[in-house]
Write a protein that binds this ligand. Structure first.
Ligand code: CU
Length: 499
């Protein structure tokens, strides 16, 4: 079924049972009669899902597969990514067909130095058009996998860019073809991209990488398509995986480890906890903080976000879990449950924890502000062809590839204000540049951001306003959108033109 007709059918199916009480209360009864026969065709049925016990945990967490550097020249990384279906035996009932980069879920890890030239040859062996978006990386728009820059099935495309010297951080890559991004990501197309600083103050601490993804499996072992609820609230599967593994064991093998964590799920908010252990946060999406933030009991990592943590060995074992987080889902949804993600086995390890540097990096808030931008998230129920549908809007409109929504000037410091006038939390993401959040407004109160950090995703809770500063360094067209991929796909995305 074509996506558009699917969306149309689905839209009717939300009907009265699946909309929020506030929206119901605000809807004119003349246009939204209770008990009205919607006349909608049956929705994409919710398929029988595999039992939660179908996957067994307890295996030791595997390291990510590195992408081979085909270049021998210093300062040049050359690699090949092939997107293609791959069958994997996960459960006894039947095989699972993923779509994967180089047959790996998650895709291979790209590691380069800041300042490097990067050339990635992309071969699309899927049945759908695709692109590769370099999430968070400062690359020119014409190399950033924009939705209208498609690589058709069977085609090949060379992505090439030179990274600036100051962009060390924890990035990732995933497809961005409009309408098909959610499916391509939930079928397995995502990989990580680490940019290293030659002067990294934490170099030498052994690293561990945790790519958290979500898997919704049918009873027969196949990956389930999105149902109406997934399209409304964002898809969440019954399994949460780390590096493609279900509830692995993580044996801490050094006195101290540096963890990089990616939320590569379509829509799951990861309200991470680690028992009574205390971790130190040292980085966000765009690299290190100015100084370590110690004694962290947990961390909210929303879809698309990354974090860097320091984890010390000890004599206890703790559970890495995703605690319940209420993000304002609509309709009749299953109660939120706590998810166990991994067992951290933290035995006593010989050696000493290195003294942490007091300062990790110089960070300064960009200023003075030369221009302002306003982005308003909203949700709207409407009637279309006699059917009710839910729209996810930015500044009152849905994404149009051919419309410029905002214009920025190259090199100008801007203050952006993201207002969430919707009932759900929405994670805001912008391509090609990092920003620094300055403050958040909730219930009429200003909450200054506790520390400076480079980010490309920020959660905006329902009713909240977030302000940040950003500078654009490339001319061209950029996307900004909600990183709940189903919302982005439904049109919660805009075009920024940098001139
Ligand atoms: Cu959203």
């Amino acid at each position: 079924m074509k996506r558009r007709s699917f969306m149309t059918q689905m839209a009717g199916a939300f009907a009265l049972s699946t909309i929020s009480s506030r929206l119901l209360a605000e809807t004119n009864p003349m246009t939204m009669p209770m008990g009205h026969d919607m006349g909608a065709k049956p929705l994409q049925p919710a398929v029988p899902l595999a039992n939660i016990n179908a996957l067994k945990g307890g295996q030791v967490l595997q390291a990510l597969v590195p992408l081979k550097n085909e270049s021998t020249r210093n300062g040049l990384f050359k690699g090949t990514l092939i997107a293609a279906p791959v069958d994997v035996g996960l459960i006894s009932a039947g095989k699972t067909t993923f779509w994967a980069y180089n047959n790996a879920v998650p895709g291979p890890m790209i590691e380069v130095m800041a300042g490097d030239r990067v050339e990635i040859l992309f071969k699309n062996h899927l049945s759908q058009a695709s692109t590769i978006h370099w999430h968070g990386l400062p690359v020119p728009p014409d190399q950033d996998g924009n939705p209208d820059d498609l690589v058709l099935p069977g085609e090949t495309r060379l992505y090439q860019f030179t990274l600036p010297k100051d962009c060390a951080g924890t990035y990732w890559y995933h497809p961005h073809p409009h309408g098909d991004t959610p499916e391509q990501v939930y079928r397995g197309l995502a990989g990580v991209f680490i940019v290293r600083d030659p002067e990294d103050p934490l170099a030498g601490i052994p690293e561990r990488h945790l790519v958290i993804s979500d898997l919704k499996l049918q009873q027969d072992g196949q990956i389930a398509p999105n149902d109406a609820n997934d399209e409304m609230n964002g898809r969440e599967g019954q399994f949460v995986l780390i590096n493609g593994q279900y509830q692995p064991q993580i044996p801490i093998s050094a006195p101290q480890e540096r963890w990089r964590i990616w939320n590569a799920t379509n829509a799951r908010y990861l309200n991470l906890s680690w028992g009574d252990a205390r971790f130190t946060q040292v980085g966000t999406d765009g690299g290190l903080l100015s100084r370590p933030v110690p004694d962290q009991k947990g961390l909210l990592l929303v879809p698309g976000q990354r974090a860097e943590l320091l984890v010390n060995a000890g004599v206890r074992s703790v559970t890495l879990a995703a605690e319940i987080y209420q993000r304002g889902k609509m309709g009749v949804v299953a109660p939120e449950v706590r998810r166990v993600l991994a067992d951290i086995k933290s035995a006593s390890v010989a050696g000493v924890v290195p003294a942490l540097p007091l300062a990790l990096r110089q960070l300064a808030l960009p200023g003075p502000v030369k221009a302002k931008k306003l982005v308003v998230f909203s949700e709207k129920m409407s009637m279309q062809n006699g059917q009710h549908s839910m729209q996810f809007l930015i500044n009152g409109g849905q994404f149009d590839m051919n419309r410029v929504d905002l214009v920025s000037r190259l090199g100008e410091v801007e203050e952006w204000e993201i207002q969430n006038k919707a009932d759900m939390d929405h994670p805001f993401h912008i391509h090609g540049a990092q920003f620094m959040v300055t403050e958040r407004l909730r219930n009429g109160q200003i909450h200054p951001e506790p520390y400076l950090a480079w980010r490309d995703v920020v959660n905006v809770t329902a009713g909240e306003t977030v302000r940040f500063r950003i500078v654009q360094h490339f001319r061209g067209r950029r996307m900004f959108h909600c990183h709940i991929l189903e919302h982005e796909s439904a049109g919660m995305m805009g075009n920024l033109l940098v001139v």
